[in-house]
Design a protein around this ligand. Structure first.
Ligand code: R5P
Length: 291
């Protein structure tokens, strides 16, 4: 078995390779001025190849995945496992208007056609029960970062209130709260546009409390900023955020910091300066279970 790594995700891939005690080899990638990608893989490959790369900012990466998998198979790989802690295009799971592409199903099928196994972490699945309904593979494996986040929070805070900013976050905030015996609340959020959300909290006295907002992803940062502003206005002493997938697009981080977040902690699912909760052990265990 061998882990193939792309340069921007080398640290995470190396941690996975170390946890699995297997070799890592880099994929050489060149982007031409016109946006096309050139890939070069090691000349000989073992039968089982793990491609470790999150699929945030996905459009180039999906093409590169296709080039990588097809080349790996030509070079002798018989089994390809994609370890992509962040999976793209999982949110668009219905056509909201006639004619819209249901990206979750289309990209899911593409990944299933390319790979033999797909391992990911807390994918954004809300209208389907299992990852296999999006990626039709026997080994479409959805892990959760909640244990890792819970363990991390215990090292940082003796006690805090955990807040899920919307109904969808309840599954994660509840799992973490139960694991580490912190109290939790779930807010109601309405998204009015890409960068506009409204939020209402259940009745609770935040005065003097340390609060950690738990969310599966931060994209524009508007959800975190709105929750932070309301918590501080409600008297919270300090507001932190613990995020599984730190996408932080555009001005997201600056917007959240301006809102008064004390500190943001994220997993290393996506390369980001806030990534301090490592997923290598979780991912390695999942790989070990399928080989
Ligand atoms: C929504 O369902 C997700 O769990 C996140 O709350 C959302 O994607 C965050 O987006 P943004 O950072 O753009 O507010």
């Amino acid at each position: 078995m061998l882990v193939l790594a792309f340069s921007e995700y080398l640290d995470q891939a190396q941690r996975l390779a170390t946890a699995l005690d297997v070799a890592l080899k880099p994929v050489y990638l060149h982007r031409f001025p016109d946006g096309e990608s050139l890939l070069r893989l090691p000349e000989s490959l073992p039968e089982h190849v793990i491609i470790c790369r999150s699929l945030n900012q996905p459009n180039d990466k999906l093409i590169e995945l296709m080039l990588c998998v097809n080349t790996a198979r030509e070079l002798g790989a018989k089994r390809i496992t994609l370890v992509a802690p962040y999976l793209c295009y999982m949110r668009q799971d219905i056509a909201n208007q006639p004619g819209e592409a249901v990206s979750q199903q289309i990209i899911g099928k593409m990944l299933a056609d390319l790979c033999d196994d797909v391992i990911t972490v807390d994918p954004h699945l809300h209208r389907i029960e299992t990852l296999a309904q999006a990626i039709p593979l026997h080994n479409a494996i959805s892990l959760t970062a909640t244990d890792a986040i819970g363990r991390f929070l215990q090292t940082k805070l003796k006690h805090a209130v955990l807040l899920g900013p919307d109904a969808e976050s309840e599954q994660w905030v509840k799992a973490i709260a139960q694991k580490i015996d912190f109290e939790f609340l779930v807010a109601e959020k309405v998204r009015l546009g890409d960068k506009q959300v409204t939020m209402v909290f259940p009745d609770f006295d935040f005065q003097g409390k340390q609060v950690v907002i738990i969310d599966d992803m931060a994209s524009t940062g508007r959800t975190l900023a709105k929750a932070t502003g309301l918590l501080l206005a409600g008297g919270a002493k300090q507001v932190y955020a613990a995020i599984t997938h730190p996408l932080f697009c555009g001005d997201a981080e600056a917007h959240i910091m301006q809102a008064g977040v004390h500190e943001i902690w994220s997993t290393d699912s996506v390369v980001h300066p806030t990534a301090c909760i490592y997923l290598d052990t979780l991912l390695a265990q999942a790989v070990m279970e399928i080989i």
